[in-house]
Design a protein around this ligand. Structure first.
Ligand SMILES: [Cu+2]
Length: 131
């Protein structure tokens, strides 16, 4: 009987794997510069597994900071903005990194900024559209 349930479980797991009902996977590329994101608009399916290829072509460290839905940075970017961060990653000048994160489950437009002091003010703002 134990073996029977083992087979059932195996078939179930196999069906789940083949049906592709796991999270969608998407890849985004972004170039960080002094002081912009290229591109400056990104689109991902809600809840998807995002692979983000980041290249910092600038002369200083830059960040990719996703704010929570409905939250925008109040310049200057400071401690009061920290609780409103959904996800963030920092890349040193001249470096390239590939990182992954799970996209928000709620559709909407999320503000993306660089959290290094004065970079938002100089134009490091983008949008992540979750569909
Ligand atoms: Cu920056």
């Amino acid at each position: 009987m134990k073996k029977f349930f083992g087979v059932i479980l195996f078939v179930f797991v196999l069906a789940l794997a083949l049906s592709g009902c796991g999270p969608k996977k998407v890849t985004l590329n972004v170039n960080l510069k002094d002081f912009s994101f290229t591109p400056n608009s990104f689109e991902v399916p809600a809840g998807s597994e995002v692979t983000l290829n980041m290249t910092n072509d600038g002369t200083v460290t830059h960040e990719y900071v996703i704010m929570m839905l409905g939250k925008k940075v109040t310049t200057p970017f400071s401690d009061d903005d920290e609780p409103n961060i959904f996800w963030e990653h920092e890349v040193e000048k001249g470096a390239s990194e590939t990182v992954t994160f799970t996209a928000p489950k709620d559709p909407g437009e999320y503000q993306v900024v660089c959290g290094i002091p004065a970079h938002v003010e100089q134009g490091m703002v983008a949008t992540l559209v979750v569909k």
